[in-house]
Write a protein that binds this ligand. Structure first.
Ligand code: SF4
Length: 364
């Protein structure tokens, strides 16, 4: 079957007028350093560009090369990543940096197989590094590009089953020129013109051949499999605050939710602490204290579940900074920027109450 050609020339013409300026981007024939492409692509997984930019700039300022990142303290890397979410990405990022530095002399490998062998790099990221960092005509299909091709060819197989057809269309239609610009042009175009809702078909440079525009209902593509509602979980975070203005924080186990991140002690919300009883939320505190359960709670959505987290607070007048409270726990100043988003929300709720309690205590 003959495929309607995807008009790359019209796309490039649009890109030359509308390309976003991004700190990790170069324009063909210049290529971005593979380190920058890799870092930005890992950060952009599940995260929007506007959120990623300050993190990317901070990482390349702290660690200008992949070997600088490899040599960094893991706690510093996790703290710098805090707030970006999906913390397994940061753990894999640091592991991959060590491998690139030790096994590849600080240069990212160019072959797809060698890229795929690095922790945290899947087919999409390998394709993106090959195309954007090395100028290869590799297949690069993210959610944005999926949307454009699913619409242009009115691919009716629901995602994720349609991925193979979309990748095949991408490979068949690759223009062979400007290989680093091509996927980036498609991504910018998908973000600005072929948007998820209300695509601007009237101003679209590729509309003449677009099957979805001809059908008059472009929004129905890409067809998605019906999602099951996310299960709900409940838990509690315990925020204890000392006279010296320090809070009790723990470093979470390396594997699992918020792995390796600093967090307030908590209970009930992970498979490891399933015996927590939501009807008696204060029954399993990390240590004895005069705990007060706050009326408000924190909501947070993870990939596989939605969480409602109660928050308990307590003042601990007798502790000093540096006092140990068990494996991985310590009293330290709370720096919200080094906490994962869930724990920032917990702190936002707890901090005013604790400060109030401290003020009352000082006035006693
Ligand atoms: S015509 Fe509409 S649906 Fe088709 S590619 Fe352009 S913006 Fe997307």
């Amino acid at each position: 079957m003959t495929m309607t050609p995807f008009p790359a020339a019209a796309l490039f013409d649009w890109y030359d007028r509308h390309a976003r300026i991004l700190p990790w981007r170069s324009r063909w024939p210049d290529l971005s350093p593979a380190y920058h492409v890799w870092l930005s692509e890992i950060m952009l997984q599940q995260t929007v560009v506007a959120t990623v930019i300050p993190y990317f700039l901070d990482f390349v300022r702290r660690w200008p090369s992949v070997c600088d990142l490899a040599a960094a303290n893991n706690d510093d890397v996790m703290a710098a990543w805090a707030g970006l979410g999906y913390y397994a990405r940061a753990r894999n990022l640091h592991r991959a940096a060590k491998i690139v530095c030790a096994a590849h002399g600080g240069n990212f490998p160019e072959s797809r197989d060698a890229l795929l062998a690095l922790p945290g790099i899947g087919p999409y990221t390998a394709g993106a590094i090959a195309a954007i960092g090395f100028g290869a005509s590799s297949v690069v299909v993210d959610g944005n590009i999926e949307r454009v091709f699913a619409r242009y060819y009115a691919i009716s197989t629901p995602l994720p089953g349609a991925k193979a057809d979309i990748s095949a269309a991408y490979a068949a239609q690759h223009p062979g020129e400007r290989p680093s610009d091509y996927p980036q042009a498609l991504m910018d175009f998908a973000n600005a013109v072929c948007t998820p809702k209300a695509p601007a078909c009237n101003a679209c440079p590729v509309a003449a051949g677009c099957a979805a525009a001809k059908a008059g209902t472009p929004e129905i593509w890409p067809v998605k499999a019906i999602k099951k509602p996310k299960p709900e979980r409940h838990g509690i975070a315990f925020v204890a605050y000392s006279d010296t203005g320090a809070a009790c924080l723990v470093k979470r186990p390396e594997s699992g939710l918020l792995g390796g991140m600093l967090a307030f002690p908590s209970a009930g919300w992970t498979p490891a602490d399933s015996d927590w009883n939501a009807d008696a939320p204060l029954a399993s505190p990390p240590f004895p204290a005069n705990w007060t359960l706050l009326d408000d709670s924190v909501s947070h959505v993870f990939t596989h579940f939605s969480l409602t987290m109660r928050v308990a607070v307590a003042r601990r007048g007798a502790v000093r900074e540096g006092d140990k409270l068990g494996a991985g726990a310590a009293w330290q100043k709370v720096r919200p920027a080094s906490l994962p988003t869930l724990m920032r929300k917990v702190w936002k709720l707890a901090e005013p109450v604790l400060i109030n309690q401290s003020a009352r205590h000082d006035n006693d």
